[in-house]
Write a protein that binds this ligand. Structure first.
Ligand SMILES: NC(=O)c1ccc[n+]([C@@H]2O[C@H](COP(=O)([O-])OP(=O)(O)OC[C@H]3O[C@@H](n4cnc5c(N)ncnc54)[C@H](O)[C@@H]3O)[C@@H](O)[C@H]2O)c1
Length: 390
């Protein structure tokens, strides 16, 4: 059977909001590197063995927006994620990345959407052989009420001034471009979700699951499978980058903390139980500048086994925030291109593996379910693409 080849186009075009931030600029370096030495980057992707018959070329390009007026190279140096030698090695590719100033947040939201759509069309023209994917890497803003979100979708709300995320996402959807929301910011206004269906655009989000929460899902799933009873889980994050500083504002941290906290009850199946019998779960984020992007996470897990006798685990993760996040952004971009070609639209909860708070109905919850959901999703995409190629 013939396969609908989406590989006729040569590369994936990442359109990134927040392109000069710690994650965005690391994605930029990875894009420069994948075009130079594909295997070095591909081997770090969870999708490295997926869709090879469709995405025959690993090539990627990146464009984007940022309010920071410094060059991408200078922003990268300031973010301090990559050592100088690595940054310099990929500078030629990094300098090719076009990053625009976003429309003024003071202008009418409808005009902002119009301007962003114009930018997207121009970026597309600059890379006509590419599949565009929009990626939201803007700073965390805290929880936005449902009413505000709906008003914002109508592009007539003052909220747009400090919550540009939805304006970018609307511009992408109206341009037929799939959306990845890697931030903890909620953009799923009901009217927006309807628009993604109408425009046949898949969306994935919310809040990339990169380090501590990824390990929490794996370990909580394993403890559950073994019939251990978790009584408490204390998680501390020490973070010294701009995201960490931003999250010191309790309002801005509220969305992220809610996403990080909800995970445990969902996996253990204790969400509906009384607070007094649910595991005591506390997640704390602390800004600690000396570490920069090299974050540290501590977990204390209290659980019991036979006769209810107590046991305990300690985890100390010495991670790197953006080094953990960037490959997942590339993975998600590859998924979105395949999903769009296969005819998916609206939220894709099957991508729950990648997010703390997967959007869409009935996302897989445990690690085993999330990994199995990816395999099934790939098979489903292949089947749909084969039928299209008939
Ligand atoms: N690093 C991780 O492991 C991880 C995990 C999950 C979620 N996230 C989320 O990803 C997002 C990005 O993280 P980061 O560490 O790169 O943050 P960052 O603060 O380093 O980067 C944000 C960038 O957005 C830019 N920006 C601000 N307003 C803008 C606008 N209106 N238009 C365009 N650009 C604008 C800033 O100038 C900055 O360069 C955050 O929301 C973070 O919470 C990160």
């Amino acid at each position: 059977m013939k396969i609908a080849h989406i590989s006729k186009k040569l590369s994936i075009l990442l359109m990134v909001a927040g392109a000069k931030g710690a994650v965005g600029s690391t994605v930029g370096a990875a894009v420069a590197a994948i075009n130079k030495d594909p295997d070095a980057i591909l081997s770090c992707l969870t999708t490295c063995r997926r869709f090879s018959s469709f995405l025959s070329s690993p090539e990627m390009q990146m464009v984007g927006w940022d309010t920071n007026v410094k060059s991408l190279g200078a922003a990268m140096e300031e973010n301090g994620v990559l050592p100088d030698s690595l940054r310099k090695e990929h500078m030629e590719g990094i300098e090719k990345i076009i990053i625009r100033k976003p429309p003024s947040s003071m202008s009418d939201p409808k005009n902002q959407i119009k301007k962003l759509k114009e930018d997207m069309a121009e970026f597309g023209k600059a890379y006509p052989e590419s599949y565009p994917v929009f990626i939201n890497l803007l700073p965390a803003v805290g929880r936005i009420g449902r009413k505000n979100l709906n008003d914002l979708f109508q592009a007539n709300s003052k909220t747009a001034k400090f919550f540009p995320d939805l304006l970018y996402a609307i511009a992408a959807v109206e341009s037929g471009i799939p959306v990845i929301n890697f931030t903890p910011n909620k953009i799923e206004a009901p009217a927006f979700l309807l628009a993604t269906q109408r425009e046949h655009v898949p969306i994935a989000g919310r809040d990339g699951k990169t380090g501590q929460t990824y390990l929490k899902v794996v370990l909580a799933s394993a403890l559950k499978e073994r019939q251990f009873h978790v009584s408490g889980w204390y998680s501390l994050n020490l973070l010294g980058n701009a995201d960490g500083k931003n999250l010191m504002d309790p309002e801005k941290a509220s969305g992220k903390l809610a996403n990080k906290t909800a995970v445990l009850d969902e996996i253990l199946g204790t969400s509906g139980q009384k607070k007094s019998v649910r595991p005591f779960h506390k997640v704390h984020i602390d800004y600690y500048p000396p570490r920069g992007d090299a974050k540290e996470a501590w977990d204390v897990i209290d659980f019991s086994g036979l006769f209810g006798l107590p046991m305990s685990i300690r985890i100390n993760l010495l991670g790197r925030d953006s080094i953990l996040a960037a490959p997942l952004v590339l993975d998600l971009a590859r998924w979105m291109v395949v999903l769009k070609a296969a005819g998916f639209s609206g939220p894709v909860p099957q991508l729950g593996f990648y997010f703390k708070m997967p959007v869409g109905k009935n996302p897989p919850l445990t690690f085993q379910e999330q990994a199995a959901a990816l395999d099934r999703l790939e098979k489903d995409c292949m089947k749909r693409l084969m039928l299209k190629g008939k």
